[in-house]
Design a protein around this ligand. Structure first.
Ligand code: GRF
Length: 225
Protein backbone atom coordinates (compact mmCIF):
# COMPACT_ATOMS: atom_id res chain seq x y z
CA UNK A 1 0.00 0.00 0.00
CA UNK A 2 1.17 3.49 -0.78
CA UNK A 3 1.02 5.40 2.53
CA UNK A 4 -1.47 8.24 2.85
CA UNK A 5 -0.23 11.64 1.67
CA UNK A 6 1.27 13.86 4.35
CA UNK A 7 0.86 16.93 2.18
CA UNK A 8 -0.55 19.43 1.49
CA UNK A 9 1.04 21.82 3.91
CA UNK A 10 -1.67 24.17 5.25
CA UNK A 11 0.00 27.51 4.50
CA UNK A 12 2.82 29.12 2.59
CA UNK A 13 4.70 30.98 5.31
CA UNK A 14 8.42 30.20 5.33
CA UNK A 15 10.96 30.70 8.08
CA UNK A 16 14.62 30.51 7.07
CA UNK A 17 17.41 29.68 9.53
CA UNK A 18 20.94 30.78 8.64
CA UNK A 19 24.37 31.20 10.17
CA UNK A 20 26.36 33.04 7.53
CA UNK A 21 26.59 34.13 3.91
CA UNK A 22 22.96 33.45 3.04
CA UNK A 23 23.32 32.84 -0.69
CA UNK A 24 20.67 30.10 -0.56
CA UNK A 25 18.42 32.48 1.33
CA UNK A 26 19.07 34.95 -1.50
CA UNK A 27 18.06 32.29 -4.04
CA UNK A 28 14.73 31.91 -2.21
CA UNK A 29 14.29 35.70 -2.04
CA UNK A 30 15.01 35.99 -5.78
CA UNK A 31 12.64 33.14 -6.65
CA UNK A 32 9.84 34.86 -4.73
CA UNK A 33 10.67 38.25 -6.28
CA UNK A 34 10.53 37.00 -9.86
CA UNK A 35 7.40 34.92 -9.36
CA UNK A 36 8.94 31.43 -9.51
CA UNK A 37 8.00 30.71 -5.91
CA UNK A 38 4.68 31.63 -4.35
CA UNK A 39 5.49 31.86 -0.64
CA UNK A 40 5.75 34.50 2.06
CA UNK A 41 9.20 34.74 3.62
CA UNK A 42 7.99 35.48 7.14
CA UNK A 43 11.20 35.59 9.11
CA UNK A 44 14.92 34.93 8.84
CA UNK A 45 16.67 33.85 12.03
CA UNK A 46 20.42 33.62 12.46
CA UNK A 47 22.32 32.23 15.43
CA UNK A 48 25.14 34.67 14.62
CA UNK A 49 24.73 38.43 14.56
CA UNK A 50 27.42 38.89 11.89
CA UNK A 51 25.63 36.68 9.35
CA UNK A 52 25.61 38.38 5.96
CA UNK A 53 22.22 36.76 5.31
CA UNK A 54 20.57 39.02 7.91
CA UNK A 55 21.40 42.02 5.73
CA UNK A 56 20.15 40.27 2.60
CA UNK A 57 16.82 39.64 4.35
CA UNK A 58 16.49 43.22 5.58
CA UNK A 59 17.27 44.57 2.12
CA UNK A 60 14.38 42.47 0.82
CA UNK A 61 12.06 43.79 3.53
CA UNK A 62 11.95 40.53 5.47
CA UNK A 63 12.05 40.51 9.26
CA UNK A 64 15.52 39.32 10.28
CA UNK A 65 16.52 38.52 13.83
CA UNK A 66 19.54 37.11 15.61
CA UNK A 67 18.94 34.50 18.25
CA UNK A 68 22.36 33.56 19.57
CA UNK A 69 22.62 30.01 20.89
CA UNK A 70 25.02 31.39 23.50
CA UNK A 71 22.15 33.16 25.26
CA UNK A 72 20.45 29.89 26.23
CA UNK A 73 21.72 27.37 28.79
CA UNK A 74 21.16 24.24 26.67
CA UNK A 75 20.47 23.08 23.12
CA UNK A 76 16.94 22.17 24.22
CA UNK A 77 16.25 25.62 25.58
CA UNK A 78 17.64 27.24 22.44
CA UNK A 79 15.54 25.02 20.19
CA UNK A 80 12.43 25.84 22.22
CA UNK A 81 13.17 29.55 21.75
CA UNK A 82 13.47 29.01 17.98
CA UNK A 83 10.14 27.16 17.96
CA UNK A 84 8.48 30.03 19.84
CA UNK A 85 9.78 32.63 17.34
CA UNK A 86 8.68 30.54 14.35
CA UNK A 87 5.26 29.72 15.78
CA UNK A 88 4.66 33.34 16.75
CA UNK A 89 4.96 34.17 13.06
CA UNK A 90 2.75 31.23 12.03
CA UNK A 91 5.51 29.65 9.97
CA UNK A 92 4.39 26.56 8.02
CA UNK A 93 7.72 25.42 6.64
CA UNK A 94 11.27 25.92 7.90
CA UNK A 95 14.24 26.07 5.50
CA UNK A 96 17.72 25.53 6.88
CA UNK A 97 20.09 27.49 4.69
CA UNK A 98 23.59 27.07 6.04
CA UNK A 99 22.35 26.90 9.65
CA UNK A 100 25.34 25.48 11.48
CA UNK A 101 23.49 23.86 14.37
CA UNK A 102 22.26 20.32 14.87
CA UNK A 103 18.52 20.49 15.52
CA UNK A 104 17.11 18.93 18.67
CA UNK A 105 13.81 17.21 19.37
CA UNK A 106 11.80 20.33 20.31
CA UNK A 107 12.28 21.81 16.85
CA UNK A 108 11.87 18.59 14.88
CA UNK A 109 8.76 17.60 16.86
CA UNK A 110 7.18 21.05 16.42
CA UNK A 111 7.60 20.86 12.61
CA UNK A 112 7.38 17.18 11.66
CA UNK A 113 8.25 16.77 7.95
CA UNK A 114 8.16 20.55 7.76
CA UNK A 115 11.88 21.30 7.96
CA UNK A 116 14.15 21.17 4.90
CA UNK A 117 17.89 21.30 4.61
CA UNK A 118 20.20 21.75 1.65
CA UNK A 119 23.51 19.91 1.62
CA UNK A 120 26.32 20.27 -0.93
CA UNK A 121 26.84 16.57 -1.72
CA UNK A 122 24.94 13.58 -3.04
CA UNK A 123 23.87 12.17 0.31
CA UNK A 124 24.40 9.72 1.90
CA UNK A 125 27.93 10.39 0.62
CA UNK A 126 29.84 13.06 2.49
CA UNK A 127 27.55 14.23 5.29
CA UNK A 128 28.74 16.84 7.78
CA UNK A 129 30.97 19.82 7.24
CA UNK A 130 33.13 20.58 4.20
CA UNK A 131 31.23 18.15 1.98
CA UNK A 132 32.62 19.60 -1.26
CA UNK A 133 36.21 19.11 -0.06
CA UNK A 134 35.41 15.59 1.15
CA UNK A 135 34.06 14.72 -2.31
CA UNK A 136 36.99 16.36 -4.11
CA UNK A 137 39.62 14.63 -1.98
CA UNK A 138 37.83 11.30 -2.37
CA UNK A 139 38.15 11.69 -6.13
CA UNK A 140 34.52 11.19 -7.09
CA UNK A 141 33.62 11.96 -10.70
CA UNK A 142 30.19 13.35 -9.91
CA UNK A 143 29.32 15.54 -6.95
CA UNK A 144 26.08 17.35 -6.31
CA UNK A 145 23.36 18.75 -4.14
CA UNK A 146 20.72 17.18 -1.90
CA UNK A 147 17.61 18.79 -0.45
CA UNK A 148 16.09 16.64 2.27
CA UNK A 149 13.62 16.63 5.11
CA UNK A 150 15.26 17.06 8.49
CA UNK A 151 15.14 14.28 11.05
CA UNK A 152 17.24 13.71 14.16
CA UNK A 153 19.89 11.99 12.01
CA UNK A 154 22.51 14.49 10.78
CA UNK A 155 22.02 15.04 7.01
CA UNK A 156 20.01 11.81 7.04
CA UNK A 157 16.33 12.63 6.39
CA UNK A 158 14.24 11.59 3.37
CA UNK A 159 15.61 13.03 0.13
CA UNK A 160 13.31 15.42 -1.74
CA UNK A 161 15.58 16.02 -4.70
CA UNK A 162 19.18 15.72 -5.84
CA UNK A 163 21.14 17.41 -8.61
CA UNK A 164 24.33 16.02 -10.08
CA UNK A 165 27.38 18.20 -10.75
CA UNK A 166 30.32 16.79 -12.74
CA UNK A 167 33.80 16.92 -11.25
CA UNK A 168 36.33 18.05 -13.85
CA UNK A 169 39.99 17.09 -13.98
CA UNK A 170 40.81 20.79 -13.97
CA UNK A 171 38.74 21.47 -10.82
CA UNK A 172 39.98 22.75 -7.51
CA UNK A 173 37.88 22.55 -4.35
CA UNK A 174 36.95 26.17 -5.02
CA UNK A 175 35.78 25.75 -8.62
CA UNK A 176 33.87 22.59 -7.74
CA UNK A 177 32.23 24.31 -4.75
CA UNK A 178 31.17 27.23 -6.94
CA UNK A 179 29.58 24.90 -9.50
CA UNK A 180 27.76 23.03 -6.72
CA UNK A 181 26.57 26.30 -5.18
CA UNK A 182 25.07 27.48 -8.47
CA UNK A 183 23.11 24.22 -8.61
CA UNK A 184 22.03 24.65 -4.96
CA UNK A 185 20.47 27.97 -5.86
CA UNK A 186 18.30 26.30 -8.50
CA UNK A 187 17.49 23.25 -6.38
CA UNK A 188 16.28 24.89 -3.18
CA UNK A 189 13.36 26.90 -4.59
CA UNK A 190 12.41 23.86 -6.65
CA UNK A 191 12.30 21.61 -3.59
CA UNK A 192 10.15 24.13 -1.69
CA UNK A 193 7.78 24.18 -4.66
CA UNK A 194 7.48 20.40 -4.63
CA UNK A 195 6.63 20.41 -0.93
CA UNK A 196 4.01 23.12 -1.27
CA UNK A 197 2.46 22.42 -4.66
CA UNK A 198 2.46 18.66 -4.80
CA UNK A 199 0.96 15.77 -2.98
CA UNK A 200 3.66 13.61 -1.41
CA UNK A 201 4.29 11.14 1.33
CA UNK A 202 7.13 9.61 3.29
CA UNK A 203 7.43 5.84 3.01
CA UNK A 204 10.19 4.67 5.34
CA UNK A 205 13.27 6.55 4.15
CA UNK A 206 11.66 7.43 0.81
CA UNK A 207 10.09 10.78 -0.05
CA UNK A 208 7.51 9.86 -2.67
CA UNK A 209 5.89 12.37 -5.03
CA UNK A 210 2.24 11.58 -5.75
CA UNK A 211 1.40 14.35 -8.22
CA UNK A 212 0.18 17.92 -8.08
CA UNK A 213 -2.30 18.87 -5.37
CA UNK A 214 -5.83 18.40 -6.69
CA UNK A 215 -4.74 16.17 -9.58
CA UNK A 216 -5.10 12.42 -9.84
CA UNK A 217 -2.09 10.59 -8.45
CA UNK A 218 0.84 10.69 -10.88
CA UNK A 219 2.31 7.62 -9.22
CA UNK A 220 0.23 4.50 -9.62
CA UNK A 221 0.18 2.40 -6.46
CA UNK A 222 1.99 -0.84 -7.11
CA UNK A 223 -0.18 -3.94 -7.04
CA UNK A 224 0.42 -6.18 -4.07
CA UNK A 225 2.36 -3.56 -2.09
C1 GRF B 1 25.64 25.74 1.43
O1 GRF B 1 26.68 25.12 0.73
C2 GRF B 1 24.65 24.74 1.93
O2 GRF B 1 24.50 23.65 1.09
C3 GRF B 1 25.27 24.30 3.23
O3 GRF B 1 25.83 25.47 3.78
C4 GRF B 1 26.15 26.37 2.73
C5 GRF B 1 25.44 27.66 3.03
O4 GRF B 1 25.76 28.67 2.11
N1 GRF B 1 24.30 23.68 4.10
P1 GRF B 1 24.92 30.01 2.07
O5 GRF B 1 24.96 30.60 3.48
O6 GRF B 1 23.51 29.64 1.69
O7 GRF B 1 25.58 30.88 1.08
Amino acid sequence: MTPDPISPIPGRRLGVLISGRGSNLQALIDAVADGRLDVTLSVVISNRDDAEGLERARRAGIEAICLSHRSWPSREAYDRALVAELQQRRVDLVCLAGFMRVLGAPLIDAFPNRILNIHPSLLPAFPGVDAQRQAFVHGVKVAGVTVHLVTSELDGGPIILQRVVPVLDTDTVETLSARILAEEHRAYPEAVKILLNESWTVDGRRFVRLGRVGEASAVQPRAGN
